[in-house]
Design a protein around this ligand. Structure first.
Ligand code: G3P
Ligand code: CA
Length: 339
């Protein structure tokens, strides 16, 4: 099936996007360790980020929420019960809130001080992944993650990048915990708000993405969840403040209800024409996260997206992405004549 696809690609306009993407420059896509190496270690812990770096990730990705006292900590949601043992440690702190128009019940980061958060431990969110490391690792602040990044960059001799997402920024603004100013001052303190620093800033919320674009020199990525967010008009608007887009991967290769990968869309071509880089999410090793067409082989998915010209991708398993790019679909450097 994949062969059929690749043959199809040769005669479609998608080749134009590949010609403008990293393949044309003889480089593979950036490998972004999604929430760390979250296929192996509970997400958003220093241990998960370190594992991603040790597995070769170019960037580590962290989602941020705020504590009661305004510290930015790494969590995918401000509701903590799916990924921490907060309910066991603080049984009386359960609350019900409206978060961005949705009623949510649970334990919320903004109800805990950083000191209290330091007593909570992370747990694996997905039941089919290893639970062996539950309740071992603490919830890190962005400052701790930047410290780790700097130490691992020195240790490995690689400039490890950090890819930072504001989560629920409108909600946190509404409760007087605006995230962007806190994040910008931390980036400045860490000398990461400068041209060429290995940092990307990302958000699903266009308002937060624009605020970050205005307040920092760092490149901003506008995350996109649905195909209707990828109109030419919207991409043009995004190009006025962002360096690129982070689309859900099915916006590039749609998957049918039966699990078959369909013909690629022209999203990469249209984004590249506007000068936007494209970093789709999320590549995961388990079969339920992949189209049946790949036959359970994650390398097929990585190679297809590389052939389509993505500039980077978010993966829970950075080692598998790198293995695919190294062994299954290596890129040879362009000859001088082709440069
Ligand atoms: O930030 C890219 C990707 O992480 C977006 O999805 O929900 O995992 O933050 P999510
Ligand atoms: Ca994210």
């Amino acid at each position: 099936m994949l062969r059929t696809f690749c043959a199809f690609l040769v005669i479609t306009p998608m080749l134009a996007s590949a010609a403008e993407g990293p393949m044309a420059q003889g480089v593979r896509p950036l490998v972004i360790g999604h929430r760390g190496a979250s296929a192996y270690v509970p997400e958003h812990t220093l241990e998960a980020y370190e594992r991603a770096i040790d597995l070769g990730a170019d960037y580590i990705e962290t989602d941020l929420v705020s504590t009661r006292d305004g510290y930015l900590i790494a969590r995918h949601e401000n509701e903590l019960s799916d990924s921490t043992d907060a309910p066991q440690r603080y049984p009386t702190r359960k609350a019900k809130k409206m978060i961005e128009g949705r009623e949510v019940e649970g334990w919320f980061s903004e109800d805990f001080t950083l000191e209290e958060i330091s007593t909570i431990r992370a747990k694996e969110r997905l039941p089919f992944r290893s639970q062996a490391n539950n309740s071992l690792y603490h919830i890190p602040t962005i400052a701790e993650i930047l410290t780790l990044r700097a130490a691992k960059s020195r240790e490995t001799g690689r400039a490890i990048g950090i890819y930072i997402e504001t989560k629920h920024p409108a909600y946190f603004r509404s409760i007087a915990r605006p995230m962007e100013p806190a994040l910008m001052s931390i980036l400045r303190a860490w000398a990461m708000d400068r041209e060429g620093a290995p940092v990307f800033l990302e958000s699903f919320d266009p308002d937060s993405a624009k605020r970050m674009a205005m307040e920092t020199v760092g490149p901003v990525i506008q995350l996109l969840a649905l195909p209707e967010h990828a109109s030419d008009a919207n991409l043009k608007m995004i190009a006025t403040y962002a360096k690129g887009i982070g689309p859900e991967k099915s916006m590039i290769v749609p998957v049918s209800k039966e699990g078959q990968a369909g013909a690629p869309t022209d999203l990469i071509t249209r984004a590249h024409k506007l000068g936007l880089v494209v970093h789709p999410y999320t590549f995961r090793p388990e079969a339920q996260f992949q189209a049946a067409s790949y036959g359970g082989d994650p390398a097929k998915e990585y190679c297809l997206f590389q052939s389509l010209g993505v500039d980077g991708l978010f993966t829970d398993a950075p080692d598998l992405a790198l293995k695919a790019f190294r062994e299954s679909c290596p890129i040879s450097a362009p000859s001088p004549a082709k440069k």
